[in-house]
Design a protein around this ligand. Structure first.
Ligand code: CBY
Length: 433
């Protein structure tokens, strides 16, 4: 007989003897799928202002095996319209994402007819990124998150790219992994997925010419994983809530680069699940980027046979959840302080309806004084991105942008989603990343 007070100890001992799975993927169990309904409803019910948002959504829902045929068709049409529109010139990463979404879970013979044209276009756009780096002090046209998407799509869908350029450019010490000297978890995670794809594909090809580059790439993955893990927070998040899904994917595909004790996958997953009912993933893109990891999927699964199997009835989606709507704007007016900071500070008090977002404040200030507070924004997959204030334009060759701050701290949401509070000091500041 074991004395009862020792039972927990014995339990612990037995538990520690159970062999652990090598590959650390802590997807949620089927009984808990209802926790994901708000995410899925957000994605299915959103009116895609831009086709590129639909690409994020299609990729995510296909990986989860969530779409029926008519939902798929509708999303595909939207993306195809965007990629075929000659006027809308997509950035390299937007095109890469469209290729990933359109090609996900399809056999080559099921692809839509112009698919290989898209891959050729991406090859050219990737080269333009590299050329821009050579001509502009190592700055790409877009950023390393997008270059990683480019390599990932080219790797998964048989595009041409130079492995030695990848080995050279994706060195983790490259400044493009950092904003204000701070390692970008989103960027590092996407790079790990891309480099892992390249490593797997080229290792299979057995070409000894690749050997040296593959060793370099292996070193990059190891170092990126260390950097990602160093951004782990007390509550389990990696970077912030919006980078955690992609960080999880990177950690799923590279479990032999870290020790089991270095990452508590369940803790991270549980923290994310806690945040879903809070409406943190109200943006379709935010929902799309977190969902695959919660289902134990990664972007490297897009052309695996076992992926994407339609789980008919697994998600009970009959009733749209009210949480997927925008926050309510209502009631009394609140006052906030708003400033534009270049070298001088331009300051004003603005009153807006309770529940307003940062962009509403900017619009109100512009209405009151157009010379000082004029601005323009472009639609991105995360909502409006502020491009100019007082006519001064963000420029990736110079690494300049308009940063959004509240009480001196950078916001982790964009102008279209950050809900402002009474008495807050809001700021757009001309900055260099
Ligand atoms: N996607 C991209 O090209 C964007 C890549 C990304 C790393 C992205 C975050 C991560 C992701 N998952 O998509 C990124 N942001 C980048 C690269 C950038 C830089 C863009 C410059 C360039 N040349 O491409 C830059 C300028 C450093 C940047 N992000 C600025 C900002 C601020 C935008 C302010 C504005 N002018 O409108 C802002 C608001 C930070 C601030 N306080 O100023 C910002 N980014 C935020 C908050 C975010 C997060 C959005 C979260 C949310 N809920 O809205 C982000 C997910 C993201 C989008 N940025 Co940037 C990062 C995070 O918090 N985890 C590819 C394309 C196909 O979609």
């Amino acid at each position: 007989m074991i004395p009862s007070h020792q039972l927990p100890l014995v339990g612990l001992l037995l538990f520690s003897l159970i062999p652990r799975q090598q590959c650390e993927i802590c997807e949620i169990s089927r009984e808990n799928y209802t926790a994901l309904n708000p995410l899925i409803n957000t994605m299915l019910n959103s009116k895609y202002s831009k086709g590129i948002q639909a690409a994020n959504v299609l990729l995510s829902l296909r990986l989860g095996g969530i779409l029926n045929q008519s939902q798929e068709q509708q999303l595909m049409r939207q993306i195809i319209r965007t990629v075929e529109n000659k006027e809308s010139s997509l950035t390299s990463g937007q095109l890469a994402l469209s290729i990933l979404a359109l090609g996900a879970c399809k056999r080559p013979d099921e692809m839509f007819k112009n698919y290989s044209d898209l891959v050729r276009q991406l090859e050219n756009k990737f080269q333009e990124e590299i050329k821009n780096m050579e001509e502009h002090d190592d700055n790409p046209l877009t950023n390393y998150y997008q270059l990683s998407l480019d390599v990932l799509a080219l790797c998964l869908f048989s595009g041409n790219y130079s492995i030695s350029i990848v080995a050279r450019k994706f060195n983790p010490e490259n400044k493009n992994y950092y904003f204000h000297g701070q390692f970008s978890v989103d960027t590092g995670a996407m790079a790990v997925l891309a480099l892992t794809c390249v490593k797997r594909e080229k290792t299979n090809s057995q070409n000894i010419m690749y050997k040296q580059d593959l060793e370099i790439i292996d070193g990059h993955i190891a170092s990126l994983i260390r950097k990602i893990l160093s951004q782990k927070k007390e509550d389990g998040l990696i970077g912030n809530i919006y980078s955690t899904g992609e960080a999880m994917q990177a950690l799923f595909v590279s479990s032999h680069y870290y020790k089991e004790s270095q990452w508590d996958c369940q803790k991270t997953r549980n923290k994310v699940l806690e945040e879903i009912p809070e409406g943190v993933f109200r943006m379709p893109t935010a929902a799309a980027q977190i969902l695959p990891a919660l289902l134990g999927k990664t972007y490297l699964d897009v052309n695996k046979d076992s992926s994407c199997v339609y789980k008919s009835g697994a998600f009970n989606l009959s009733t749209p959840e009210p949480t997927s709507g925008p926050p309510a704007v209502s009631g009394p007016q609140i006052q906030v302080n708003y400033s534009v900071v270049i070298n001088t500070t331009y300051n004003t008090m603005v009153s807006v309806a309770n529940g307003s977002v940062f962009l509403d404040v900017m619009q109100k200030a512009e209405k009151e004084n157009a010379t000082v507070f004029s601005f323009t924004a472009e639609e991105s997959s995360w909502g409006p991105y502020i491009t100019t204030v007082q006519g001064i334009k963000a420029n990736s060759n110079e690494r300049t942008y308009w940063a959004l701050l509240s009480n001196g701290k950078p916001l982790s949401q964009g102008a279209g989603s950050y809900v402002v509070h009474a008495g807050e000091n809001l700021e757009v500041r001309w900055s260099k990343y």
